[in-house]
Write a new protein. Structure first.
Length: 482
């Protein structure tokens, strides 16, 4: 691990390195939550830790700011855990292997957790710093944001006094977010039956795709390995008989899947047809995704004669029908805001179990009725095939606010420090601001952050220089918040 001790701002990178030593993937936040509580105890701050592991820490106003409006600073404790195939890490027990290269901090072979570790690092640095000028501050650290904004949904905010909330969960410096889509998780399940069959076992893999955050990269036309696999297997069914023994792909409903694997049984006499189709699709996809996913690869490996359980012909057809017909990607663009995705769906995870085939999707829309309509479409499709759906993790959209003193202050400070106008933007990704706005009446929110590239992928990296500029910006905003 490269030490971050020599990076500026020192306190920010010190705490970023400290929390990177603590495993903190979604559903594994107890240790990092306890770390924040221990920090609060050590520094004498009032704190609350709830049963979900959410943490609230409060810091009194500095001299002269006692009558200034309280400000809430907010980020989430969990990170998306993705690793390269050759990286042996146990995300339940191991910390990250941080490296520095040029202007960037990254984690060797894994996601970095800059989303949203940088928010926690900024917050702890502000809490630990003496001599800063600021109003009363309330720090809210939520959990399991990456798997459905669970912590924000469950947290009790009744003890908070603040009506202005700064969410540090954006990845492009100079862009201030003022609205976001709402969303939901939808799981489609089809009942499946198996039979014992003898044949030639083959493995098909789609990999090399870039993937990415389904709320940020969904409009980049990147390939979805689950959908691509459905396409390949469907065409294979048109030219030769086969059965399916294994089908799995993706790891998060909010991450565009990068790799999908299937195992099928074919007749020995169809080996050449199988090889020919795989070669054909490898060329097709390399051409279709040459810009968005230049490293996409389709491989087919012929293994050995086997006698194993496989899907019945009917079950196979139901599974392939769902994969070929489920909506995926951008469904509608906003008619009001140019370039904004209004409604989308990401077919994020597929799993073939002994009794069911499951497809987990992340659905987003800035219009509630469009979200409901897409859920209804999935319900109709799945039930038509004899299955059922379940909907969870529903969260509201964060609606644009015409009058925003916090936004005005951000713009004023930004123009003075950067000598240019910031970009004010609505996004398709979900943010906790929508939930907080529902819980705290008349809440004035804004979301921003330093430059982080490749979030939710093993290419994630945090800009050092941007982290420093944003730190200086935050401190000036707090200073001006009288």
């Amino acid at each position: 691990m490269d030490s971050l001790n020599n990076l500026e701002p020192k306190l920010v990178f010190h705490y970023f390195e400290e929390i990177s030593k603590i495993p903190h993937g979604s559903k594994n936040t107890k240790h990092i939550s306890d770390y924040c509580v221990d920090f609060a105890k050590e520094h004498g701050f009032d704190y609350i830790q709830d049963e979900w592991n959410n943490v609230i820490i409060k810091k009194n106003a500095s001299k002269g700011y006692e009558d200034a409006p309280t400000i809430i600073l907010q980020g989430h404790l969990d990170m998306v855990c993705e690793n390269d195939k050759d990286c042996n890490i146990d995300f339940e027990k191991d910390g990250l292997d941080l490296r520095v290269e040029g202007d960037y901090v990254y984690a060797n072979g894994t996601t970095l957790g800059g989303d949203d570790g940088i928010a926690i690092a900024y917050s702890l640095a502000i809490l630990a710093s003496e001599g800063l000028e600021h109003p009363a501050l309330e720090f809210v650290f939520t959990v399991d944001e990456e798997i459905g904004l669970i912590g924000a949904t469950e947290i009790d905010l009744s003890t908070l006094k603040g009506k202005r909330l700064i969410n540090i969960d954006s990845e492009e410096e100079g862009i201030f977010l003022i609205s976001c889509a709402g969303g939901a998780k939808v799981m489609c399940q089809l009942p499946v039956d198996y039979l014992m069959v003898k044949g030639l076992l083959c493995e098909v893999k789609v990999n090399g795709l870039l993937g990415g955050h389904s709320g940020i990269e969904i409009d980049k036309k990147r390939g979805n390995s689950n959908i691509i696999m459905g396409r390949i297997l469907h065409e294979l069914s048109n030219i030769m008989p086969f059965t399916i023994a294994l089908l799995e792909g993706g790891s998060k409903d909010n991450a565009i899947p990068r790799e999908t694997t299937s195992q099928i049984l074919i007749d020995v006499k169809d080996q050449e047809k199988f090889k020919s189709l795989i070669e054909k699709y490898d060329k097709i996809l390399k051409n279709e995704f040459k810009t968005s996913d230049p490293d996409v690869t389709v491989t087919g490996v012929i293994k050995e004669q086997s006698k194993i359980e496989v899907l019945t012909p009917k079950s196979r057809e139901l599974v392939l029908f769902l994969l070929r017909n489920i909506p995926d990607g951008v469904q509608e663009m906003s008619a009001d805001i140019k370039g904004l995705v209004e409604t989308s769906l990401n077919a994020g995870i597929i799993t073939l179990g002994h009794e069911t085939f499951s497809l987990h999707s992340g659905l987003r829309s800035s219009i509630e009725t469009k979200k409901d309509e897409l859920i209804e479409k999935l319900k109709y499709l799945t039930e038509f095939l004899g299955g059922e759906i379940s909907v969870s993790g529903i969260y509201p959209a964060w609606e644009y606010r015409k009058e925003s003193p916090l936004r005005d202050l951000f713009i004023e400070v930004y123009k003075e420090q950067y000598h240019k106008e910031p970009e004010i933007k609505a996004i398709h990704a979900g943010l906790e601001c929508g939930i907080f706005s529902n819980k705290i009446s008349d809440l004035d929110c804004i979301s921003f952050g330093p430059n982080i590239e490749g979030i939710h992928t093993t290419n994630e990296k945090l800009s050092i220089s941007s982290t420093k500029r944003v730190w200086e910006f935050i401190i000036e905003v707090l200073k001006r918040s009288k």
